[in-house]
Each structure stands twice: as structure tokens, then as C-alpha cells.
Design a binder for this molecule. Structure first.
Ligand code: HEM
Length: 286
């Protein structure tokens, strides 16, 4: 798009025509300055001649952007919880629910790939795999699925590594929720509150009992509304994993993944994990 007009712009016919947008800018457009669309739309470096590779790459990039937005919302929610501002946290979680829906809808163009279509560019991916997505890993860390070994692939990328390392040592979104419940007088055990934050969160029967008690009470209470916003998040993350699993099964059956895993068998195991586990198991006791 040219930013300088050589000819003066002719106004539209008729005196009462609505004003047309400005066409004349000295440098790049203010839109470009803000959105950086020129950068964004030139990041598609294809590795094969297959016409189907473009949508595979762009869908992956779109998902990375959604991961970035969702991490931002969950970090906002975590901070708000730490400061006892529950409505601010619930607002951020609710925004993330709409964003997770948009993220999940972006599976559509990849959901029905046949093995032959995927094979047309698969070898061009080399050992590249979404498993190496640092932003997805930050989402998992915020959900409580911490693991120091997940930093290893990023040793060669200092900024990414530093961000992940920081996230590994910080309380997850769920840790902040449980700390809030404890401050509100609920019996969250000290072993949970003082857990090693760099390890995966393990479900606790006492935490399950806290949620069961809350869910048996006032349905409009602040903490039940927080619990439901978290449950929506958990359900949509589980849906993303399952949509990914089914798309993978359609595109490559039981072959090994480009990232070196057993492929579908490995993803199946990952997809069975419950996000915020006690929010699901507590329902049996209400
Ligand atoms: C239909 C196309 C796709 C196939 C066949 C596929 C296949 C796989 C496989 C087999 C794995 C396991 C690790 C490995 O060995 O590579 C994996 C992991 C992963 N993929 Fe995909 N994938 C596809 C599309 C995508 C897209 C578009 C994204 C978006 C970023 C993505 C993100 C991920 C993530 C985040 C993981 C790690 C999951 C975890 O750690 O639990 N995948 N994928």
C-alpha cells in the first residue's frame, strides 16, 4: 500500500456524500504503525511447494497469537487474585473464555487433513513440532502443569528461556486461587500452599472438600462464580487438546510425531488430564 499520493484526491460527487477516509500520510499509515501488519504478513516463510502449507503455517501462527493473549489474561487474573480483586480476575478469565473459543474455532481449516495432504509438507517441517511452543508451555505452567524439563528445548533462545524460567518459579493461576481460598478462611492445607512451585500441581482431597462445600452453598457467591469461570477455562483447554488429538489422528494415524513422540498415543495421554482437577472431582460430593 502506497503511503504517498502523487495526485490530489478528487472528492466524491454530490455535496452530501459522507467524508471518505484520509488517503494521504507522510510516512507509513497510523494503522501500520500500530498493527505492524507489514511485519505480520511477511512472516510466512514456506518450506515446500505445496499450496496447502500456507494455511497450516498461518493457523499455527494464529494459535500462537491466541496463546499470547490468553497468557496475558491469566497473568492479569493471577495478579488480581493476589491483590484480592476477585471481580477483576473473573473479568479477565471471562475474556479468556471467549478467546479460547476463538482459538478452538481456528482448528477448522486443519481439522480434516488427509494423510496424503499432510505428507505433502510434513517432511519440510523436519523435527519442528508444536511441542516446542514456548507460549503453549506458559499456558500449561499457568494452569499448574509445571515441569523444569520443558525448559530444555529453549536453552538456545535466551529471551524465551528466561521468560519460561520465570514462569516456572512463579505461582500458577490455580496457586493464586488456592491462596485466596485460604485467606478467605477455607481449609486449604499448608502442604498445598507451600508446595514446590516448580513442580506439577497434584490434586488434594482437602482442596476437593473446599470446592464441594463452596459449591453446596450460595450459587451467586463470588467464589462459586470464580470456580465456574475456571471450570469454563478448564473445559475449553480440554477441548483444544481433544480437537488437536482428532486432527492429528486424521492427518497421520498412529505414526510417530515430528517432535519425536509416539504421536497420537502420547497426545491421548495428555488429553485425559483434567485442568484444575478438584473443580471436576468435587462435583461428585455436592
Ligand atoms: C493437523 C496438524 C497437526 C498435527 C498432525 C500435529 C501433531 C502433533 C504431534 C504428533 C504432537 C506430539 C509431539 C510430537 O511428537 O511432535 C503434537 C504436539 C503439539 N502440537 Fe501439534 N499437530 C498439528 C497441528 C498443531 C497446531 C496448528 C498447533 C498450534 C500451535 C499445534 C500445537 C501443538 C502443541 C502445543 C503440542 C504439545 C502438546 C503438549 O505438550 O501436550 N499442533 N502435535
Amino acid at each position: 500500500m502506497s503511503s504517498k499520493m502523487s495526485e490530489p484526491v478528487t472528492p466524491p460527487e454530490g455535496g452530501d456524500a459522507p467524508e471518505t477516509p484520509n488517503l494521504d500520510f507522510a510516512g507509513t499509515t497510523p494503522y501500520e504503525d500500530y498493527v505492524q501488519a507489514d511485519v505480520l504478513t511477511h512472516l510466512q516463510h514456506l518450506r515446500s511447494d505445496d499450496p496447502g502449507e500456507m494455511v497450516f503455517l498461518v493457523t499455527t501462527q494464529v494459535m500462537e497469537l491466541w496463546f499470547t493473549v490468553i497468557v496475558h489474561e491469566w497473568e492479569t487474573a493471577s495478579r488480581a487474585l493476589r491483590e484480592d480483586r476477585v471481580p477483576v480476575a473473573v473479568d479477565a478469565l471471562k475474556r479468556s473464555v471467549r478467546e479460547l473459543e476463538a482459538l478452538n474455532a481456528s482448528w477448522t481449516p486443519l481439522a480434516q487433513l488427509t494423510p496424503a495432504q499432510f505428507n505433502s509438507y510434513r517432511s519440510a517441517l523436519g523435527e519442528g513440532s508444536g511441542f516446542q511452543s514456548a507460549m503453549y508451555r506458559r499456558m500449561e505452567f499457568l494452569l499448574g502443569d509445571k515441569s523444569a524439563s520443558m525448559l530444555v528445548p529453549h536453552r538456545g533462545a535466551p529471551r524465551v528461556h528466561a521468560e519460561l524460567e520465570k514462569a516456572l518459579g512463579e505461582p500458577s493461576l490455580y496457586d493464586e486461587v488456592l491462596a485466596l481460598l485460604a485467606r478467605r478462611g477455607h481449609a486449604v492445607p499448608a502442604s498445598v500452599l507451600q508446595r514446590d512451585l516448580t513442580r506439577k500441581y497434584e490434586p488434594s482431597p482437602e482442596v476437593e472438600a473446599v470446592w464441594a462445600e463452596l459449591y453446596a452453598g450460595d450459587q451467586n457467591g463470588e467464589l462459586v462464580r470464580l470456580g465456574e469461570a475456571l471450570t469454563d477455562v478448564g473445559e475449553l483447554v480440554w477441548r483444544w487438546r481433544n480437537d488437536h488429538l482428532v486432527a492429528t489422528r486424521r492427518a497421520m494415524g498412529a505414526k510417530a510425531g515430528t517432535g519425536g513422540s509416539a504421536g497420537v498415543a502420547w497426545l491421548e495421554k495428555r488429553a485425559t488430564k483434567n485442568v484444575f482437577p478438584e473443580l471436576w472431582t468435587a462435583r461428585s460430593h455436592v
